[in-house]
Design a protein around this ligand. Structure first.
Ligand SMILES: Nc1ncnc2c1ncn2[C@@H]1O[C@H](COP(=O)(O)OP(=O)(O)OP(=O)(O)O)[C@@H](O)[C@H]1O
Ligand SMILES: [Mg+2]
Length: 371
């Protein structure tokens, strides 16, 4: 059986002063009115599983207003054994990550599975992966790859820094402060790291595209969907292209080719969903991307990641709600928020764990399922 989250405790996390939630394998439904803490609870699960919030790069946002620190503790069942993971953060201090009481120093390693459980999350705002800028799509792809391999996460971070350095140097050359002599050294560094990203993305995009196509077909209908990576430069031509771009890069003060300029296109029936998709098509495509991410993580690790799905039902019609509820019940664990429990049929609710949140407090409902 795949890993799952058995329980979480939140101390000074967002609007929770001190709350505990116990979760079950299979479907968990978090019900509550607007602004009660549903999204915050989901965020805390991702925060604890990966060491970072999927909603903000700024950790101090998760600290309850007026509090000095935030802390989450989670019990994870992995490989038939329970482990205790915890994340603590106080503004101005280094974030503390621990597994079974032992400090973990590398956020990249922690995020790539040390907590014992991987998550795939969906927040309504994620529609920007389909609708938004290339950077949003790159972030999606890099996020999946980083959650699978800490080496990828490190390469991505080092690459971003190397490009920044190169850009700085380009501007200094333009302004007559630096000579061109060290530029080729930075070119080599950028290419070496950039190739790691290109190879990682190249290996993922094929299977991910097929999984996206299958997921969108199930959600939307029979049209063929796909995913196509668009290179600013191919791996083979990379080093050469960077050299050839010296003059124009110096003029612009930035690096014009490489994986930080790439994108991928999402197609439905041959049409680019980013440019031409309707709101509904873009929403379903976002969900299909998340389902594809789940399949991909499962294929690579052999483990079903936990699905954290924020307010996904409200955007779907009844037939699709039914399909999605079935999908969640079949996954090893899904935590789904909703303002309206009637989005789930009584048969589904009978087999689910229901948690009510109100004003930062949690009310666990007794399980209806027998045994
Ligand atoms: N750091 C924080 N400290 C205290 N409260 C916060 C913090 N960050 C957000 N909140 C508040 O927590 C409340 C609950 O937010 P949350 O996003 O979880 O609501 P929700 O139940 O998902 O509502 P909706 O149905 O509208 O999406 C909001 O009123 C929000 O302003
Ligand atoms: Mg919400």
């Amino acid at each position: 059986m795949s890993s799952y989250i058995r329980a979480i405790r939140l101390v000074n996390f967002r609007n929770y002063r001190d709350a505990a939630v116990s979760l079950a394998p299979g479907l968990n439904v978090v019900v509550g009115d607007n602004a009660q803490g549903k999204t915050n609870l989901l965020e805390s699960l991702a925060f604890t599983a990966t060491g970072s919030s999927p909603r903000t790069p700024n950790d101090s946002e998760v600290v309850r207003w007026g509090a000095e620190f935030a802390r989450t503790e989670m019990r994870v069942v992995a490989g038939g054994r329970e482990r205790a993971v915890a994340v603590g953060y106080a503004p101005g201090q280094k974030k503390r990550l621990s597994v079974d009481g032992v400090r973990r120093d590398s956020l990249a390693r922690y995020a790539a599975g040390e907590a014992g459980v991987r998550v795939v999350n969906f927040f309504p705002d994620d529609i920007r992966v389909v609708k938004g800028a290339p950077a949003d799509r790159r972030e999606f792809l890099d996020g999946i790859l980083s959650s699978l391999r800490p080496a990828y996460a490190r390469a991505a971070a080092d690459y971003a820094r190397a490009v920044q350095h190169r850009n700085q140097l380009l501007r200094r050359i333009r302004d007559g402060i630096s000579s061109r002599r060290t530029l080729s050294t930075w070119d080599r560094r950028v290419v070496e790291l950039g190739l790691q990203l290109l190879r990682g993305r190249e290996a993922a995009i094929g299977p991910l595209g097929e999984m996206f196509s299958d997921a969108l077909r199930a959600l939307y209908g029979s049209q063929k969907a796909g995913m196509r990576y668009s290179h600013s430069v191919t791996p083979e031509a990379y080093a050469e292209a960077l050299r050839e771009a010296h003059e124009s890069d110096i003029e612009r003060g930035r690096t014009s080719v490489g994986p930080h300029r790439d994108d991928f296109t999402l197609l439905l029936g041959g049409v680019d969903l980013t440019t031409y998709g309707s709101q509904g098509q873009q929403r379903l495509a976002t969900l299909a991307l998340k389902f594809a991410a789940r399949e991909y993580v499962r294929e690579v690790t052999g483990e079903d990641p936990v699905l954290l799905m924020d307010d996904v039902m409200s955007e779907l019609d009844e037939r699709r709600r039914e399909y999605v509820a079935g999908y969640f019940m079949e996954s090893s664990q899904a935590v789904v928020t909703t303002t309206n429990r009637e989005y789930f049929s009584p048969q589904v609710l009978k087999r689910a764990r229901v948690v009510r949140v109100a004003g930062g407090s949690v009310i666990q409902e007794p399980d209806q399922k027998a045994g």
